[in-house]
Design a protein around this ligand. Structure first.
Ligand code: COI
Length: 356
């Protein structure tokens, strides 16, 4: 059968491919897409049960033009990273958190989701099959992108009759073109990312399409990205297009509380725990836009952006600067502890990493 053949090809090629590193420019990865060797595909039929998934050669996928994901946006994604340690072992960061978040999102989007175990096993298999694409220590990470989509055909509005769970990976470096230099944000006054009762709190693909217009406008004016306000009062901070936001004042760290319109970031949650373990007071609460005016530091968190210091924020035409052009002391400390944990440079007292 096709499956049998592809697995035979796989074991042949796997042994020769995983041995070395691919030859790419590891020093200039940025956050561009590099196709790798394999992707993982698992299908779920109408009955809601996922069949056994398999690794396939990376390539285009076939979808009906009337697939639920293409017509009605029935789709979710996840993002996590694998790091290569000195000595060659591979570390995954909190993969079961992504698995659980996908399950929550799937419930909201009327999709059957893989179990936590299926998700984590699939991530492990995909990373190992693409091992030669994991950057050398200190050069970046392998970004892992699980997708869940309504792949079955529909015409009337309804949940799709079939689902596909797919994982692909790409080696990545820094997300922003600024590298680890501070980014410049503009507070968006008209467009909003999420609404109460909407899907802002889950990682559905449409949330990301919805921010492109404001993000493009901001970029064309020279800003790095957009900071969104709540759509009811236009007064409380929500998040940036692709990451969560934190404000530091007198060593107290505040971030908007999870309330349905904010993406529950795994880096957000990890930074809160790291900060508390380092003796900081952390508050999850409504943070007003006015608090930006006298904050000591502002930083963003996300799997892709890790911890990114904010150098300036422009609101109603007024620009406020932070950190004198560099990483603020608190942001720097949290960045160091988190990334040292993720890369296996310090003991993982949190029990967050998963060694392959
Ligand atoms: C991530 O940080 O992994 C995300 O999912 C954000 C994405 C827009 C790159």
């Amino acid at each position: 059968s096709a499956t049998f053949r592809s697995q035979a090809v796989l074991s042949d090629t796997l042994s020769s491919e995983v041995a070395e590193l691919v030859e790419i420019d590891w020093d200039n990865l940025g956050f561009g897409f590099h196709p790798t060797d394999y992707m993982y595909v698992m299908k779920c039929s109408r009955d809601g049960n996922y069949s056994k998934g398999e690794l396939q050669r990376f390539g285009n996928i076939e979808l009906s033009p009337s697939a639920g994901v293409l017509n009605y946006g029935q789709g979710l994604f996840e993002g996590l990273k694998a790091y290569r340690k000195e000595g060659g072992n591979i570390l995954l960061f909190r993969p079961e958190e992504n698995a659980q978040r996908m399950r929550m999102g799937a419930e909201r989007m009327c999709m059957p989701s893989p179990s936590v175990e299926q998700f984590v096993e699939a991530v492990k298999a995909t990373v190992l099959a693409n091992k030669r694409w994991i950057p050398p220590p200190g050069k970046g990470s392998l970004y892992i992108r699980p997708l869940l989509m309504g792949s079955g055909a529909v015409l009337g509005l309804a949940p799709a009759p079939e689902y596909t769970f797919l994982i692909y990976v790409s080696p990545v470096g820094n997300y922003y073109k600024e590298g680890i230099a501070p980014i410049n944000l503009i507070v968006e006054q008209e467009l909003h990312r999420a609404t109460p009762g909407g899907t802002g709190g889950v990682k559905t693909i449409g949330n990301y399409a919805a921010v492109l217009k404001a993000q493009s406008a901001a970029k064309s004016k020279g800003y790095t990205d957009v900071l969104y306000l709540d759509c009811v009062h236009k007064r409380y901070l929500e998040e940036v297009s692709s990451c969560n936001i934190f404000v530091v004042k007198d060593k107290v760290i505040s971030t908007p509380e999870i309330k349905g319109t904010i993406l529950p970031g795994i880096t957000r949650k990890s930074i809160i725990d790291v900060a508390r373990s380092q003796g900081f007071q952390v508050e999850e609460r409504s943070v007003t836009v006015d608090e930006l005016l006298d904050a000591d530091e502002v930083f963003c968190t996300g799997t892709a952006v890790v911890v990114s210091p904010v150098g300036s924020i422009t609101y109603l035409g007024k620009r406020v600067s932070y950190g004198e052009g560099g990483f603020g002391a608190v942001s720097q400390q949290l960045y160091s502890v988190l990334t040292s944990l993720q890369m296996g440079l310090i003991e993982d007292t949190m029990n967050w990493t998963f060694e392959l």
